[in-house]
Design a protein around this ligand. Structure first.
Ligand code: SF4
Length: 360
């Protein structure tokens, strides 16, 4: 059992903070690529425990935030088709598309249901054999195995009325694209949940080819500070390495069964990331054996030209090129209650985190 309380122990947290202050001499920039880390850093006031010369940047780690606006348009168009039930994680409903949102389509009468997992969508498909149930598959290696499990189960059980509109993505190509694309970093605070599935080995290539440190962190304040301390030590030694600061959950090889499920059901394909553009082999499409479950092939719909909200700087926020407060829309009119961009919609979005924890 994992006791999180010990990782919130005040003395441990302040001891790690003191060690970072004592050992950190050079200015460094570290990026977290996990929405849960973004929220935890805000919630626990991690920045206030660090020297000013350590800069924490929030990267593209929130699945809702990186989902391109064209995907929302596609989901809205399918939702308007007859006999369709859209099943989705809750945050996606409020993300504005070019002309509409799933929330608006639901108000117009579309059958859009919030589910906790892809397996809920499979249950809905079984209960509604005369309807087409479309699951909006978003997220990284954390959620992709569960989508794969639902589709594999549907194939085994002969359920033919479930489809996936896949915006699933994998983390490594995006982390490499950020650095090779010019974002200046000393290290990544690597995502704990993703790493449980992929294992730490995934980051070897990032370290070798991009020359940045990679330390996997948990989600409690002591976890995050330990990861930062390990990255500080790497920087002070002039080294880059893969290390695990979340050993109670992450191994070097990760979860082989989850990896096998993903490899069986999905194939890599190029994917568009909001703010980052198209990144080769960073998305997951359905493998040939499962392409009868692909919503892209099952529905022919007209799509509007994808158009980002005027003035929204989500793309720059996701690359760490600007802070949420630099966006002219931050706070007015863009708030968690009335989001203009995706980074304010999701509970794990960078703008939502800044709004919540910098305005309290
Ligand atoms: S404040 Fe709103 S509009 Fe501006 S970047 Fe963030 S989400 Fe986009």
């Amino acid at each position: 059992m994992i006791f999180v309380d010990e990782y919130r122990d005040r003395e441990l947290v302040h001891s790690l903070s003191r060690q970072i202050h004592a050992e950190s001499r050079r200015a460094i920039a570290l990026m977290e690529v996990c929405g849960s880390h973004t929220m935890a850093i805000g919630r626990f006031g991690i920045r206030s425990l660090l020297p000013d010369h350590i800069r924490l940047i929030s990267g593209p780690g929130c699945p809702v935030c990186v989902t391109e606006i064209g995907y929302i348009d596609h989901a809205c168009a399918i939702a308007a088709e007859p006999d369709v039930i859209i099943t989705t994680f809750g945050d996606l409903i409020r993300v504005p598309g070019s002309l509409s949102s799933l929330e608006r389509e639901r108000a117009r009468g579309a059958d859009i249901r919030v589910v906790q997992s892809s397996l809920d969508a499979l249950h809905i498909a079984r209960d509604n054999p005369d309807r087409k149930v479309v699951f909006l598959g978003i997220g990284f290696e954390t959620t992709a195995p569960t989508t794969a499990a639902a589709i594999a189960q549907a194939a085994r059980d002969g359920v033919s009325n479930i489809f996936v509109l896949s915006a699933h993505k994998v983390m490594k190509p995006a982390m490499m694209a950020l650095v090779t694309g010019g974002v200046s970093l000393d290290g990544y605070i690597c995502p704990g949940h993703v790493s449980i599935v992929t294992g730490a080995a995934m980051y070897k290539e990032i370290v070798a080819e991009c020359g940045v440190g990679c330390v996997i962190s948990g989600f409690e304040p002591a976890d995050i500070l330990l990861a930062i301390l390990m990255l500080v030590r790497q920087a002070e030694r002039g080294e880059h390495a893969v290390e695990i600061a979340y050993k109670r959950a992450v191994t070097w090889d990760g979860s082989r069964p989850a990896q096998r499920l993903m490899d069986d059901v999905f194939v890599p394909r190029d994917a568009v990331w909001r703010g980052l553009g198209t990144i080769p082999a960073s998305g997951l499409g359905l493998a040939t054996e499962y392409n009868r479950f692909d919503a892209e092939g099952a529905f022919t719909v007209d799509l509007p030209v994808a158009k980002e909200p005027a003035g929204c700087r989500c793309g720059e926020v996701l690359k760490g090129r600007c802070e949420p407060a630099d966006c002219p829309l931050f706070g007015a009119p863009c708030t968690p209650e009335n989001p203009v961009g995706a980074c304010m919609v999701s509970s794990e979005g960078t703008c939502a985190a800044h709004y919540r924890y910098h305005n309290e």
